[in-house]
Design a binder for this molecule. Structure first.
Ligand SMILES: Nc1ncnc2c1ncn2[C@@H]1O[C@H](COP(=O)(O)OP(=O)(O)OP(=O)(O)O)[C@@H](O)[C@H]1O
Length: 743
C-alpha cells in the first residue's frame, strides 16, 4: 500500500538523519582526540628538552639534576625515560584514535551490573588518549580492565553495557575526522524496556540493522567486524585489536602466572592472539614483564618479517622478535651433518649425554690437600674432600655454581679446623683461604673451569669419551653417526661446527651457567615444529617459566615435530601449561576447507577439523598436460589473479621456486621475497616449507603430489599449503592429484 511505503521511506530518512548527526558528533570527537594527541606529543618533547636543560645545568639556575631528580644517575635515568617516551609517541603510527565505544547502563536502565561505570561512556582505542595521567581520558587503552566488556559483553550477558558502538574507518587512512566513514550500534540490553514501554524494536538511535541482529542472535552479525575479516590481505600482518573475538580475548587476557598453550587449526588467529597477549601482558604487568623483557620467537625470518609490524602498531616497540637460531652462540657454521646426526643432535637424549660429558670433567680427589696459613699448614683429608665433591655432584647444580660450592665447602672445612684451634676466624681470613694457590689448584683438579666448545669437541672428537657419556642412551651405530671422523680438530678453537652443533654448545653453556639473557615472558609461534633441544634453548631463557606456546600439531613438518603437547611443553619447561583450543577460522573460507579437512583425517595426529567463519571462497583445479607446462600455467593464473584485489601467493615445492620466479619475471610480473619488503609487490613465490604462518588472498598451489611426496612430512607440508588462501585457491597439476584433492 502506498501509505505503508511512505511510512517506511519516512523511517529510513529519519534513521539516515540520526546516523549523519551521530557521525558528525563522532567526527568532532575525533578532532578533539587528535588535538589532545598533538599536545601530548609536544609536551613530551618539551619535557625532554627541559630535562636536557636540567641535566646540563641550564635550567632556571638549578644545579644539574635538581628539581627533576636528586642525583646525576637518576637524572640521567629520568632523561632516558623521557626521551624514550617522547620517541615512542613520535614513532607511533597515525591511525584512528579509537575503534569502539561503550555506553554503560544508567540508574534508570537498572544499571546494577554497571557498578562504578554506571551511566559512563568510554571510547576504546589502541592507546590511551588524555592530557594528564590523572584526568579522565578521552580514549581508554584496549587493554584497560573496563575495555574487556567491549570484547566480551553479549545480549545474554551485557555486563552493564547498554550499547556497543563500532567505528568504520577508511582502510590505511591516518585516522582524521574525514576517515571516519561509518558506525554501528549493538543494543545489548533493551534500553526502553521498563522505562517508556516502547520496546527495543524501534531502534531509536541505532544506525545499522546488523547491530540489532547481533543483539538478537549473537555471533558475527556486525558488518564492521565482518568487513574487517573479509578485507583483502596486502602487505604485512595487521593487528586485530578492533575485532578480537570473545574466545580469543579470553586467551589474550589470561594472566602471566603459569603458561598457556594454544592449539588451533590454520587461520584461527593463534599468531594474532599471541602478539596481542604479548601487548596485554606488557601493559598489565609492566614491572614483571617489561623489566625481564618480552621475547617473541618465530620459525624463520620471512615469518618474522610478516608479523613484525603488529606489536609496534599496538605501541610496543621494545620486544625482541627472532628465531631460535638467533639465540644460539655466534659461531661460524663450517660443517654439515648427515640426517641421522642431525636428528640425534636435536633429540632430548643428547641433553643427557652432554650432561654426562660435562660431569665427567669432575674428578674425585686423590690424596689430601695442605693449605699454608703463615707458618702453619692446614691439612684436608681425602675422605672429607671426596664427600664434598660427591655431595655437590648429587645436588646437580649448574657447573659453575658447583665449582663455587666445592670451594665454599672446602673453606668451611678449614674454618672448622681453625675454630677448634683458635676460635672463629674472620671473613677476611675465609676469603684469603678461598683464594690460596693450593685451594685453587685443588679446585682445578677436581672441578676444572671449562668452556662449552671444549666439552662438545671433547665429546664428538673422542669415540671413547662419547661411548662413556652415551652409555645406555645411544646405540653404537648412533655413536658412530655422531663422532667426528677425518675432521678431528687439534683444539676446540679450530673445530668446524655444524648447524645442530650450535644447539649442543648452547646446551652445555646452559649447564655451566644460566644464560646471560633471559626474559619475563616468551611467546613461541609454530611451536609444534621445535625439536626437544630447540625447546630447551627457550626454556633456559624464560626467567619465570611463563610462556605463550602457539601451534598446530597437524602442521608439524620437521622430523622432530611434536605429536602431542604435554611432552613438548615439558621440553619447553612449562609442563603445567594449560592447553586451550581455538576452533574458529578467520582465514580460509569453508569452501576451501573441505580438501584440507580430508587430508587432515589421514595425518597421524588427533586434532579437530578446521571450521570457518568465512564463506565465499573459490576453489579451482587446473590440469596442465605436462610438467613442462606448469611454469606457463602459473604465469597465466597469476596474471589473471592480478586482475582482482589482494595478494597472490604461488606455493610450490622448494626446488621449483627459482624457476617459477624466473618465468614470472620473463612475463613481466615482479615478485617479492616472502616476508621481504612488504607490500612492494603483490606476488610472492614461496616454497611449501616457508609458507607456514603466511597467507595470501589468492593462492596458486603448484603440483600438490610433489609436495605430498616430499619425504615423510610431505602430507603435512601440503596441509599447510592448502590452508594459506584467504579467498581463492587454484590447484595446478600435471601429475595425478593426491587422494584428498580428488573429486
Ligand atoms: N578476531 C579477528 N578479527 C579479524 N581478523 C582476524 C581475527 N582473528 C584472526 N584474524 C585474521 O585471520 C588470519 C589468520 O590469523 P593467524 O595468522 O593469527 O592464524 P593462525 O592460527 O596463526 O594461522 P596458522 O596456523 O596458519 O599459522 C589473519 O589475517 C588474522 O589477522
Amino acid at each position: 500500500m502506498p501509505g505503508d511505503s511512505t511510512a517506511e521511506e519516512g523511517d529510513s530518512t529519519a534513521e539516515e538523519d540520526v546516523l549523519q548527526a551521530e557521525l558528525a558528533a563522532e567526527r568532532a570527537y575525533t578532532d578533539r582526540c587528535r588535538a589532545t594527541l598533538d599536545r601530548t606529543k609536544a609536551a613530551a618533547q618539551r619535557r625532554v628538552l627541559e630535562g636536557a636543560g636540567v641535566l646540563t645545568g641550564q635550567h632556571s639556575g638549578e644545579a644539574a639534576g635538581e628539581g627533576v631528580a636528586g642525583d646525576g644517575a637518576s637524572a640521567e635515568a629520568l632523561g632516558r625515560y623521557l626521551r624514550s617516551q617522547a620517541k615512542e609517541l613520535q614513532e607511533e603510527a597515525d591511525g584512528p584514535p579509537f575503534f569502539g565505544r561503550l555506553d554503560f547502563a544508567t540508574e534508570a536502565d537498572g544499571g546494577e551490573q554497571a557498578g562504578e561505570h554506571r551511566g559512563q561512556r568510554y571510547y576504546i582505542g589502541r592507546r590511551r588518549v588524555g592530557e594528564h595521567p590523572s584526568a579522565p581520558p578521552l580514549v581508554l587503552d584496549w587493554r584497560a580492565p573496563v575495555s574487556r566488556a567491549f570484547y566480551q559483553a553479549t545480549a545474554r550477558d551485557p555486563q552493564g553495557v547498554v550499547t556497543r558502538r563500532r567505528f568504520g574507518w577508511t582502510p590505511g587512512g591516518t585516522g582524521t575526522a574525514e576517515d571516519l566513514t561509518g558506525l554501528e550500534d549493538e543494543w545489548l540490553r533493551d534500553r526502553a524496556e521498563g522505562t517508556d514501554g516502547a520496546g527495543g524494536q524501534a531502534g531509536t538511535g541505532s544506525t545499522d540493522g546488523a547491530g540489532r541482529a547481533a543483539a538478537a542472535g549473537g555471533g558475527l552479525a556486525s558488518r564492521i567486524v565482518a568487513g574487517e575479516i573479509e578485507r583483502p590481505r596486502v602487505g604485512p600482518m595487521r593487528d586485530i585489536v578492533a575485532t578480537i573475538q570473545p574466545e580469543q580475548d579470553d586467551l589474550v587476557r589470561s594472566g602471566p602466572d603459569g603458561s598457556l598453550c594454544v592449539q588451533g587449526a590454520p587461520g584461527t588467529g593463534k599468531t594474532a592472539v599471541g602478539l596481542h597477549r604479548a601487548a596485554y601482558l606488557l601493559y598489565t604487568y609492566p614491572r614483571r614483564i617489561e623489566r625481564g623483557g618480552m621475547l617473541v620467537v618465530g620459525p624463520n625470518p620471512a615469518f618474522l618479517g610478516y608479523i613484525s609490524a603488529v606489536l609496534p602498531a599496538l605501541g610496543e616497540v621494545g620486544v625482541r622478535q627472532c628465531t631460535v637460531r638467533d639465540l644460539l652462540p655466534d659461531q661460524p657454521v663450517r660443517a654439515e651433518d648427515g640426517p641421522q646426526a642431525v636428528e640425534l643432535k636435536h633429540s632430548a637424549r643428547m641433553a643427557t649425554v652432554l650432561r654426562n660429558a660435562l660431569h665427567a670433567r669432575v674428578r674425585l680427589p686423590e690424596g689430601p690437600v695442605t693449605v699454608p696459613d703463615g707458618s702453619y699448614r692446614w691439612r684436608l683429608d681425602e675422605d672429607e674432600l671426596r664427600a664434598v665433591v660427591r655431595e655437590t655432584l648429587a645436588q646437580r647444580p649448574p657447573y659453575e655454581v658447583g665449582r663455587e660450592r666445592v670451594r665454599a665447602r672446602t673453606v668451611a672445612l678449614l674454618r672448622d679446623q681453625a675454630e677448634r684451634r683458635a676460635g672463629p676466624p674472620g671473613d677476611a681470613w675465609l676469603r684469603r683461604m678461598g683464594r690460596t694457590k693450593e685451594l685453587t689448584a685443588f679446585l682445578n683438579s677436581v672441578w676444572p673451569r671449562v668452556r662449552p666448545e671444549e666439552v662438545v669437541a671433547g665429546l664428538l672428537g673422542d669415540a671413547e669419551a662419547l661411548a662413556r657419556a652415551a652409555e645406555g642412551l645411544l646405540s653404537e651405530d648412533e655413536q658412530l653417526a655422531l663422532v667426528w671422523r677425518g675432521r678431528r680438530p687439534r683444539s676446540s678453537r679450530t673445530a668446524h661446527w655444524s648447524e645442530p652443533d650450535l644447539l649442543l654448545l648452547d646446551e652445555v653453556a646452559g649447564l655451566i651457567a644460566h644464560p646471560p639473557e633471559s626474559y619475563g615472558h616468551v611467546v613461541v609461534d609454530e611451536a609444534q615444529d621445535l625439536s626437544p633441544m630447540q625447546c630447551r634453548v627457550l626454556a633456559r631463557r624464560s626467567r619465570f617459566g611463563s610462556l605463550t606456546v602457539l601451534g598446530d600439531l597437524a602442521q608439524g613438518t620437521t622430523p622432530w615435530a611434536a605429536r602431542d603437547w604435554p611432552e613438548q611443553l615439558a621440553h619447553l619447561g612449562a609442563p603445567d601449561a594449560t592447553v586451550a583450543p581455538l576452533t574458529t577460522g578467520f582465514r580460509v573460507p569453508s569452501e576451501l576447507l573441505a580438501p584440507a579437512n580430508r587430508l587432515l583425517d589421514s595425518l597421524p595426529v588427533r586434532v579437530p577439523h578446521a571450521r570457518s567463519l568465512r564463506t565465499g571462497g573459490e576453489l579451482r583445479t587446473v590440469r596442465v598436460p605436462t610438467a613442462r607446462g606448469l611454469a606457463e600455467g602459473v604465469t597465466t593464473r597469476v596474471a589473471a589473479a592480478l586482475g582482482r584485489e589482494g595478494s597472490v601467493g604461488v606455493i610450490a615445492h622448494a626446488e621449483r621456486v627459482a624457476d617459477l620466479r624466473a618465468a614470472l619475471a620473463a612475463a613481466g610480473i615482479a615478485t617479492e621475497e616472502p616476508g621481504g619488503e612488504q607490500g612492494a609487490e603483490r606476488v610472492t613465490v614461496v616454497g611449501a616449507e616457508l609458507a607456514k604462518g603466511l597467507e595470501y588472498d589468492h593462492v596458486v598451489l603448484v603440483e600438490p603430489a610433489e609436495m605430498a611426496d616430499s619425504g615423510p612430512y610431505g602430507p603435512q607440508r601440503l596441509y599447510v599449503a592448502l590452508t594459506r588462501a584467504v579467498s581463492r585457491l587454484e590447484i595446478l597439476h600435471a601429475a595425478g592429484l593426491p587422494e584428498a584433492l580428488r573429486g
